[in-house]
Write a protein that binds this ligand. Structure first.
Ligand SMILES: [Zn+2]
Length: 247
């Protein structure tokens, strides 16, 4: 299985990264996590033969702005977009005029499916839970090729974050705040939070991603986050755009 980090910034694009998008290439499917501007690169990696599933964490615009890039793609397989049930009506509006070319006009089959927190076996084996963010937000725990991959976008560390991460082979966790930063009402994490969670949940590897665009203007700032996190949890890595991780 390959994981392509296509957009590893939170909030806005900079020279260091684009807004959130990660592609997991597994035997059974292509799984896209969030649709920030990094999504424009997915067609470099998506080949015919496997279904494509896009999981949206929440509706903050940096996580969905790349949806208007969908007409660029020439997928041969259907695209299913999963989002929280209560977000579906907004996402349905967002994916048509006057925001973008309507998804019903795409040259490949596309549908939006609303889901509630819970355990799923179809079309994939996964669990999703509500996280701690200012607006409704889902985190995901996938069981792929007998490995547990957890994706927690915008969130403060919370009990559901922990439950999704427990014993994961790979935890991809947001890192919007800089080391030592004070938390606010929005619900985000700093590198120490991610590392403490990874340690408590006994994950095999922590990948910090979704770095705040203003707090992390360069790769050096991300490296500092890694240094701080590794003091708490040694198997911590940092994501950057176009990094490929094999599991
Ligand atoms: Zn957010």
């Amino acid at each position: 299985m390959k994981i392509h980090f296509l957009g590893t910034n939170n909030w806005y694009d900079t020279k260091t990264g684009q807004t959130p998008c990660t592609l997991i290439d597994t035997k059974e499917a292509y799984i896209i996590l969030d649709a920030g501007y990094g999504i424009h690169k997915v067609d470099k990696y998506i080949k015919p033969g496997k279904p494509i599933y896009l999981f949206i964490s929440h509706l903050h615009v940096d996580h969905i702005c790349g949806l208007h890039v969908l007409p660029k793609f020439k997928f041969t397989e259907p695209l299913t977009i999963f989002c929280a049930d209560e977000s579906k009506k907004y996402l349905t509006k967002f994916t048509q005029h006057p925001f973008m070319s309507p998804i019903k006009n795409l040259p490949y089959k596309t549908k939006i499916v609303g889901i509630r927190p819970g355990k799923f076996v179809k079309p994939l084996s996964f669990v999703c839970k509500n996280l701690k963010h200012i607006d409704y937000d889902l985190g995901y725990r996938f069981n792929l090729e007998r490995k547990i991959i957890t994706y927690c976008a915008d969130t403060a560390v919370c009990e559901n974050d922990y439950l999704l991460a427990k014993d994961a082979d790979l935890l991809m966790h947001e890192c919007a705040f800089s080391p030592g930063s004070v938390h606010d009402a929005w619900g985000h994490s700093n590198p120490e939070d991610g590392a403490k969670l990874a340690k408590r949940a006994q994950v095999k590897k922590l990948m910090l991603t979704l770095f705040g665009a203003s707090g992390y203007p360069s790769v050096m700032h991300r490296q500092e986050a890694q240094r701080v996190a590794r003091k708490i949890f040694a198997p911590t890595e940092i994501a950057y755009d176009d990094l490929i991780v094999e599991l």
